[in-house]
Ligand binder design. Structure first.
Ligand SMILES: Cc1cc2nc3c(=O)[nH]c(=O)nc-3n(C[C@H](O)[C@H](O)[C@H](O)COP(=O)(O)OP(=O)(O)OC[C@H]3O[C@@H](n4cnc5c(N)ncnc54)[C@H](O)[C@@H]3O)c2cc1C
Ligand SMILES: *[C@@H]1O[C@H](CO)[C@@H](O)[C@H](O)[C@H]1NC(C)=O
Ligand SMILES: *[C@@H]1O[C@H](CO)[C@@H](O)[C@H](O)[C@H]1NC(C)=O
Ligand SMILES: *[C@@H]1O[C@H](CO)[C@@H](O)[C@H](O)[C@H]1NC(C)=O
Ligand SMILES: *[C@@H]1O[C@H](CO)[C@@H](O)[C@H](O)[C@H]1NC(C)=O
Ligand SMILES: *[C@@H]1O[C@H](CO)[C@@H](O)[C@H](O)[C@H]1NC(C)=O
Ligand SMILES: *[C@@H]1O[C@H](CO)[C@@H](O)[C@H](O)[C@H]1NC(C)=O
Ligand SMILES: *[C@@H]1O[C@H](CO)[C@@H](O)[C@H](O)[C@H]1NC(C)=O
Ligand SMILES: *[C@@H]1O[C@H](CO)[C@@H](O)[C@H](O)[C@H]1NC(C)=O
Ligand SMILES: *[C@@H]1O[C@H](CO)[C@@H](O)[C@H](O)[C@H]1NC(C)=O
Ligand SMILES: *[C@@H]1O[C@H](CO)[C@@H](O)[C@H](O)[C@H]1NC(C)=O
Length: 621
C-alpha cells in the first residue's frame, strides 16, 4: 500500500467513530494510487506524490510557462481537469475584461462592476481577482478607476483549481511540482503584497472550504488546552466565523475586516484582532491544521503529529509550508463589549491644538492596551486644504461595561476638552462581541491604484518615558506632514498560553502597530514610481525603523520592499523557519513574495516594479 492510501483509510476510521470529529467528510477524499490507474505512465507521472514520482520537477532557471518547450501538453491539463472532478477553471477572464474592446465587452456589466469596484465583496468570490492591483501589475482595471488601455492577464493565474477536497489540492501540488509550472494559493485575494497572484500560474483556490464544526471539548495536554474549539475550513471568512461562533455563545480570535479569510492567509501569518489584547494573535489560537504538503501528502499538523510543521504554520506565513484545508482553533466565551467612534480635525482648532490632542492620546497607549482594549484609528492629511483628520473607528473594549470604558477614556477626553477639541464621542454598550463587531467596523476600501503601505510594531519601550513618547509622536507628526496616510492599532498581543510558535516575537512587545502609506501620481512612469517607493522605504519608513531598533513589521500588512524582511517579519525565529522550509519544501514548490525562503526567487516583472506581472525565476549567484 502506498503511503497516501494509508491516509485515506485512517480518514474513514476517524470519520466513522464517535470521537472528536478530526476530519470533515470532504477531507476523507484524498488522492489514492487507484485514481491514477489506467493513465499512461508519462501522464500518471505528472500526478504522483513526490515519494513515488519519477519526474520530481525541473531545475531550469525559471518556472515553466506557456511557450516553453517543457510546458505541459493540452492533454495533461485535460487530465488535471478530469482528475479534479471537472473543477479546473481555464483562463478565467479578469473582471474588467468587460470594459475593454474585445469579445468580452459589455458596457452595462462594466458600469456595474465599476460602481462596486472598491468593495471587497465584489472580488472575494472571483477565482483570480487580487484586491491589490498594484501588486497584480495594473493590467486590467475599470477605465474610470485606472485606464490600462487594454486588458491583459498581467499577474493573474492562467488555471485555477476550484478545490473542495484534499485530493483536488494534492493533484494541483503534484502537478505543479512535477511539471515546474508556477503554483499559487489563493483564498480571498486580500493580500496587500500580491501573495495570492502569479502570472500564468496554476492556482489552488481554497475559498470553498467552508465547513464549520463546533467541538464542545477539545483536549491537548501538550498544549495545555482543554475547552471548546471550532474546526473550520480554510475558506471560512470573518463574517461567517463570527456568526457561527456567536450562535454557540462563543467568540474566536479573527481580524476586524468582514471579508478577510481568517482561516487562510490571516491565521498562518499571525493575525491581529479586536480580541488580541486579551487572547493574543490568531495563530496563537490554533490547535491543529490539516495540510497538503509540498510532497503531495495529506497530513495533520498538531502538537503530536508533525509538531515542527505545526510550529512553522502558526505565524510562518501562507503559501510556504503547505496548503491547509482546515484549522482547529480555541473558542472563547461570548462577552459584552463597549465600542466608541469619534473624530476631530484641525480645521477650526489649528495644527498645534490638533497635534496636542494626538500627543495627549499617546500617553494612554500602554494603559489602554494593558486593560485589554483595541483601538483602530487613522490620521489623514489633505494636501490641498492643509487640514488633518483624526478618526477613531472604533475604540473597542471587549468584556467591558459602559462605565469601565468611560473610565478608561476619561483621562484623555478631559485633556481634549481642556484643549477645546470637539469630538462628540458615541460610546455604546453591546451585549455581545458579535453585535459590537458588526456595528463598529467600517468596510474598508480595497483596490487602491497608487498606494503602498509600510508598517512597524512599536514596542512598549517606545512609550515608557515622556522622552520616548515625545520622540514617537514627533515621528508620527512628521509622517503626516510628509502626506502619509496613517492607520494605527493600539493593541498588544501577549500570549496568555505562552504558545511556542513562529509568530513574530515583535508582537509580544507591541503597543502600537502603525501603518503609513505612500501615494504616487497615477500617471507617472514606472521609474518615477519606483523612485518614490524607494524614498518612502529609505525615508519615512526608515525613521520609524530607526526609533524602534530590533522591532518588526507585520508580514500581512507590509511593504513588499521591506528591507531585511526575514528579521522584520520573524525576528530571531527566521533561521529555524528557513531550516523547516528546507525540510518541508526542499524544491520550493511554494513561493510568495517575502515568504520564508523567497530570497532565492524573483518575479522578473515586465515594468521593473515589485509586482506579479512576470516570470518567477531563480536569483543567480
Ligand atoms: C480590508 C482588509 C482588512 C484586513 N484586516 C486585518 C485584520 O484585522 N487583522 C489582520 O491581521 N490582518 C488584516 N488584513 C490583512 C490580512 O490578514 C491579509 O491580507 C491576509 O493575507 C488575508 O488572507 P486571505 O487568505 O484572506 O487572503 P489571500 O490573499 O487569498 O491569501 C493570502 C496569503 O495566504 C496564502 N494562503 C491563503 N490560504 C491558504 C491556505 N489554506 N494554505 C496555505 N496558504 C494559504 C496565500 O497563498 C497568500 O500567500 C486585512 C486586509 C484587508 C485587505
Ligand atoms: C523524488 O523526491 C522524493 C523526495 O522529495 C524522493 O524520495 C524520490 O526518490 C525522488 N525521486 C527521484 C526519481 O528522484
Ligand atoms: C496593452 O497596452 C499596453 C499599454 O498601452 C501596451 O504596452 C501593450 O502592448 C498592449 N498589449 C496588447 C496585447 O495590446
Ligand atoms: C467553485 O465551486 C463552488 C462550489 O462547488 C461553486 O459554487 C462555484 O460556482 C465554483 N466557481 C467556479 C468559478 O467554478
Ligand atoms: C494530532 O493528530 C493526530 C493525527 O490525526 C491524532 O492522532 C492526535 O490525536 C492529534 N493530537 C491531539 C492532541 O489531538
Ligand atoms: C453565554 O456565555 C456567557 C459568558 O460565558 C454567559 O454568561 C451566558 O449565560 C451565556 N448565555 C447563554 C444564552 O448561554
Ligand atoms: C497645518 O500644517 C499643514 C502641513 O504642514 C500646512 O499645509 C497648513 O498650512 C497648516 N495649517 C495652518 C492653519 O497653519
Ligand atoms: C472578563 O471579565 C470578567 C469580570 O471582570 C473576568 O472575570 C474575566 O476574567 C474577563 N475575561 C477575560 C478573558 O479577560
Ligand atoms: C451611537 O452608535 C450606535 C451604534 O453604532 C448607534 O446605534 C447610535 O445611533 C449612535 N448614536 C448616535 C447619537 O449617533
Ligand atoms: C491616487 O489615486 C486617487 C484615486 O484615483 C487620486 O484621487 C489621487 O489623486 C491619486 N494620488 C496621486 C498622488 O496622484
Ligand atoms: C501627470 O499629470 C500631472 C497633472 O496633470 C502633470 O503635471 C504631470 O506632468 C503628469 N506626469 C506625467 C509623467 O505625465
Amino acid at each position: 500500500m502506498t503511503p497516501y492510501a494509508a491516509f485515506w483509510l485512517t480518514a474513514l476510521l476517524v470519520a466513522s467513530s464517535n470521537a472528536t470529529p478530526l476530519w470533515f467528510s470532504s477531507e476523507a477524499n484524498v488522492l489514492m494510487d487507484s485514481d491514477l490507474r489506467g493513465l499512461s505512465s508519462s501522464v500518471a507521472a505528472l500526478f504522483h506524490p513526490a515519494s513515488s514520482s519519477p519526474s520530481n520537477g525541473t531545475s531550469s532557471r525559471c518556472r515553466v510557462y506557456p511557450g516553453d518547450a517543457a510546458r505541459p501538453s493540452d492533454e495533461a491539463w485535460t487530465k488535471l481537469n478530469e482528475l479534479t472532478d471537472g473543477r479546473l477553471v481555464s483562463k478565467p477572464q479578469p473582471q474588467s475584461a468587460v470594459c475593454y474592446p474585445g469579445p468580452a465587452y459589455d458596457g452595462e456589466k462594466c458600469a456595474a462592476i465599476t460602481s462596486t469596484w472598491a468593495s471587497s465583496y465584489s472580488h472575494m468570490h472571483d477565482p483570480i481577482e487580487a484586491m491589490s492591483p498594484v501588486a497584480q501589475g495594473m493590467t486590467c482595471l475599470p477605465p474610470n478607476v485606472f485606464d490600462s488601455h487594454n486588458c491583459t492577464r498581467g499577474g493573474f493565474p492562467l488555471y485555477v483549481i476550484n478545490a473542495t477536497t484534499p485530493k483536488h489540492v494534492q493533484l494541483g501540488v503534484n502537478f505543479a511540482r512535477n511539471t515546474g509550472v508556477r503554483l499559487v494559493v489563493r483564498n480571498t485575494g486580500h493580500d496587500f503584497l500580491g501573495k495570492s497572484s502569479g502570472a500564468d500560474a496554476l492556482s489552488i483556490w481554497t475559498h470553498h472550504f467552508k465547513d464549520i464544526t463546533y467541538i464542545e471539548e477539545y483536549k491537548d495536554d501538550k498544549l495545555g488546552y482543554s475547552g471548546p474549539a471550532f474546526k473550520a475550513g480554510t475558506g471560512v471568512q470573518a463574517f461567517e466565523m463570527y456568526k457561527a461562533a456567536s450562535e454557540k455563545n462563543r467568540t474566536v480570535v479573527g481580524g476586524e475586516g468582514e471579508t478577510v479569510g481568517i482561516m487562510g492567509g490571516y491565521i498562518q501569518g499571525g493575525g491581529h484582532s479586536p480580541l488580541s489584547s486579551l487572547f493574543g494573535t490568531g495563530a496563537d489560537q490554533v490547535l491543529s491544521f490539516e495540510v497538503v504538503t509540498a510532497d503531495g501528502e495529506f497530513v495533520t499538523a498538531n502538537s503530536t503529529s508533525n509538531p515542527d510543521l505545526f510550529w512553522a504554520m502558526r505565524g510562518g506565513g501562507g503559501s510556504t509550508f503547505g496548503v491547509a484545508t482546515s484549522v482547529t482553533v480555541k473558542a472563547h466565551p461570548e462577552m459584552q463589549t463597549t465600542a466608541s467612534r469619534f473624530s476631530f480635525t484641525s480645521e477650526k482648532i489649528g495644527n498645534e491644538t490638533f497635534w496636542a490632542g494626538i500627543r495627549a492620546y499617546v500617553d494612554y497607549f500602554i494603559p489602554n492596551a494593558d486593560a485589554g482594549t483595541y483601538a483602530y484609528f487613522v490620521i489623514i492629511p489633505n494636501v490641498w486644504t492643509g487640514i488633518f483628520t483624526f478618526n477613531m473607528s472604533p475604540f473597542f473594549a471587549p468584556n467591558k461595561t459602559l462605565q469601565e470604558t468611560n473610565a478608561l477614556l476619561q483621562p484623555w477626553f478631559s485633556r481634549l476638552d481642556e484643549l477645546g477639541i470637539k469630538f462628540d464621542p458615541n460610546v455604546t454598550h453591546f451585549d455581545t462581541f458579535y453585535e459590537a463587531w458588526r456595528s463598529s467596523f467600517p468596510l474598508e476600501v480595497v483596490q487602491k491604484i497608487n498606494a503602498t503601505t509600510g508598517s512597524r510594531m512599536f514596542p512598549r519601550t517606545n512609550f515608557e518615558t515622556e522622552e520616548k513618547r515625545d520622540e514617537l509622536f514627533e515621528n508620527l507628526r512628521q509622517s503626516s506632514e510628509n502626506n502619509r496616510v496613517q492607520v494605527h492599532f493600539n493593541i498588544k498581543a501577549v500570549d496568555p498560553a505562552n504558545a511556542d510558535n513562529a509568530v513574530n516575537p515583535a508582537w509580544r512587545q507591541n503597543i502600537l502597530f502603525a501603518q503609513q502609506a505612500i501615494r504616487w501620481p497615477v500617471n507617472g512612469t514606472a521609474a518615477q514610481t519606483l523612485k518614490l517607493r524607494e524614498e518612502f522605504r529609505d525615508g519615512d519608513m526608515k525613521r520609524w525603523r530607526d526609533i524602534s531598533p530590533g522591532a518588526g513589521s507585520y508580514l500581512a500588512e507590509a511593504d513588499r520592499m521591506e528591507p531585511n524582511f526575514g528579521q522584520a517579519f520573524w525576528g530571531d525565529k527566521y533561521p529555524r523557519l528557513l531550516e523547516l522550509k528546507a525540510k518541508w519544501d526542499p524544491k520550493d514548490v511554494f513561493y510568495a513574495a517575502t515568504s520564508v525562503g523567497s530570497e532565492r526567487w524573483r518575479v522578473e516583472s515586465v515594468d521593473g516594479l515589485p509586482n506579479e506581472n512576470g516570470k518567477l525565476c531563480r536569483v543567480e549567484g
